[in-house]
Design a protein. Structure first.
Length: 310
């Protein structure tokens, strides 16, 4: 009987970033601009990687995967956030909330795994150039990409299944612009200790393991370049292929490590929201810019495609 008296929550209310009217309009245009930049920039890179034969290499195959992922990643949270800026608090159904949570974590964890794969690709290219075509064969690249997407999917499924099993019976206001795990755990009326363990152990290892691999790859690259490459030009050439990747790693990891590493109490603070905003809306818009500005091959491929169109 007690169970019947408790109303089951069938939808949640996303409170968004701010209630201040003037700020809402400013944020709407700012994030709309970032979102469009992300869609256009990443679509341009995917198109180039597919249609430009010179970019049919492991490095660009992985970059194409990353750009494709960034298009989906920003689409999971930003459109809903934009409608929130225009129309105030956004209702979201229980199913919609779980789907958003699932795709956010699926794409987020796939992204960190892909970045680790890209670091490994740079390591092989610089430290083992003669074996590069064998180690990073088309089959190996495909397996690495499929592995990244699959692991991301499994990780997110664990979270969405376990969160959907929780009972929600009281408040349904989420102090966030999308359905993230921590704000949802705060609203649950059943025990969340298992969910917190999953968040602290599994999610932290999914975030940290690729990070450790990336750091190790670059330590190897740096020591190799300084020991084996004598000329300044040679060293610069080796490092210049890594700069774009390193910038993206920093942009993603500084906020992620800030946000998801334990001790993770259930509290979702303002800081969490700002940090999530950084890697869900800002980073996907910057990635294509970083790669095109730094990279001669991408620039000339883009020029070629534009000339063909015109």
């Amino acid at each position: 009987l007690a169970m019947l008296n408790q109303t089951k929550v069938s939808e949640f209310m996303l409170l968004g970033l701010t209630d201040i009217q003037g700020l809402q309009h400013f944020f709407f245009f700012l994030f709309l601009l970032l979102y469009l930049t992300s869609l256009l920039g990443n679509s341009a890179i995917v198109t180039m990687v597919i249609f430009e034969p010179r970019l049919h290499t492991p490095m660009y195959f992985l970059l194409g995967n990353l750009s494709c992922l960034d298009i989906f990643y920003s689409t999971v949270t930003v459109p809903k956030m934009l409608t929130g800026f225009l129309f105030g608090h956004q209702p979201i159904s229980f199913g919609g909330c779980m789907a958003q949570l699932h795709f956010f974590h699926f794409l987020g964890s796939t992204e960190v795994l892909l970045l680790a794969t890209m670091a490994y690709d740079r390591y092989v290219a610089i430290c083992n150039p003669l074996r590069y075509t064998i180690v990073m064969s088309p089959r190996a690249c495909l397996l690495l990409a499929v592995g990244s997407w699959s692991m991301g999917f499994v990780h997110a499924t664990m979270h969405s299944v376990m969160t959907s099993q929780l009972r929600f019976c009281g408040h349904n206001h989420i102090h966030h612009f999308f359905c993230d795990i921590k704000p949802l755990l705060n609203l649950a009326c059943s025990s969340t200790s298992l969910n917190m363990t999953l968040l602290n152990i599994v999610t932290t290892s999914i975030a940290l393991s690729p990070f450790i691999l990336i750091v190790l790859s670059y330590l190897y690259i740096v020591s190799f370049v300084f020991q084996k490459v004598q000329t300044k030009e040679g060293r610069w050439k080796a490092f210049s292929t890594c700069v774009s990747h390193l910038t993206i790693v920093a942009l993603l990891y500084v906020p992620v490590l800030f946000n998801y590493t334990p001790p993770s109490s259930g509290n979702s603070s303002k800081r969490d929201v700002q940090v999530t905003l950084m890697y869900s809306a800002v980073t996907p818009a910057l990635n294509p810019l970083i790669y095109t500005l730094r990279n001669q091959e991408v620039r000339s491929a883009l020029k070629k495609i534009l000339e063909r169109k015109l």
